[in-house]
Design a protein around this ligand. Sequence first.
Ligand code: PMV
Length: 332
Amino acid sequence: MSIRTRTPALTDPSAALRREPAAGTAHGLAHAKAILFGEHAVVYGSPALAVPLHGLGVQTDIRNSPGAETRIESQLFSGTAHSAPETMGPVVAGLQAALEATGGPSAEVELRIRSAIPHSRGLGSSAAVATSVARAVAALRGQVIDATALHTIVQKAETVAHGRPSGIDAWAVATPAPIRFQGGRATRIEVGRRLIFVLADSGHHGSTAEAVSGVRALHEAQPARINAAISRLAELTEGAVDEMRTGERDSIGARMLEAHSLLADIGVSTPALDALVDAATAAGACGAKLTGGGLGGCVLALADSDDQAQCLADSLRAAGAPRTWTTEVKAT
Ligand code: PMV
């Protein structure tokens, strides 16, 4: 999958990822993800489907710095790990878990993290940063961490970031193909026909932890209603997994629109996200929905051609999206 950004800003992914690490350093990479179906329902054991966003990435360079305090340099913070603010908690937790898993918890290192993934937009930024940190630590120590060990490390960082994450982000940012995720297990899914998506930023941060606890409160207050929504979201996901294989784009799009309505019913959409879904629909998208935790973040729209994707991007920006990205999921 490739991704084109129409916003040449501070988060230019190619600039971040082209940089070669200096001698004596190792590096680790990871990519963003978008949840196509099943966010929130996945927290209750339902399946979910996520796609990789390869062009939006993060790179961590690392080197040993014996005798000096561990330091982190990033777009959010630069200084010692010890003095890092709470927002860096997931990074520090991921680093610590990675050092422990690779046999030396007390080593002093210097980290340089460059991310093109906007944070708090439902694109898996925190999981991707933790994944790149863990891969960098393993590379520095000449070790290969298997997917399960990597997942365990990243989940520790994600727990600091989001409370009780389902685990979908940790798998999705480390797997180069679309995945079906359920109950802690991820499997790759086949793609019968290329799919082109336009991602539109609503311009508002979304808090996954807040969105998840809002749904939990509704679930406690009105279990029958929320369970019905979760069951339907699960059906939409299962059908979409099959349709990814057979390449039924219009049907996937219709499922996206229904999923968005259900997510709005369970309280995680916003007027800005609804307006972007409406704009995509009016511009002829096969379908559109919010992606990730919601309450801000991004909308994902499915186009039926490259030309239409361009037109969707223009319409979404005219409807208020400060930036859009076009991305494809290649046929396997
Ligand atoms: O907002 P994101 O990209 O972190 O996605 C969270 C997905 C949820 O289902 C809402 C939460 C979870 O833990 O799976």
